[in-house]
Design a protein. Sequence first.
Length: 116
Amino acid sequence: QVQLVESGGGLVQPGGSLRLTCVTSGPIFSFSVMGWYRQTPGKEREFVASINWSGDRTYYADSVKGRFTISRDNAENTVYLQMNSLKPEDTAVYYCYGMRGATTYWGQGTQVTVSS
């Protein structure tokens, strides 16, 4: 059974940084694309960032460009989301996902709260 497990969320002040981690149960190179979405109560899940299997193509939502960086370490079966200059509007549950063929797998989510 494929599992994606996120960690690294928490409470941070505006302007601060957090690094989210997503570890896969299987070989990460089997996922053609991995990335992050986020969701706040009452809203649809929102795309944040994605990265291809080789790590040479990344995509970001306009709202996070220049502040967030996605990366992957295939040897460690891990995807990272470095979040800098955090804003209160970044507060959400962040979900890791991985695409393998026609199937998308999701993690359980990790809460990020940006507040003073």
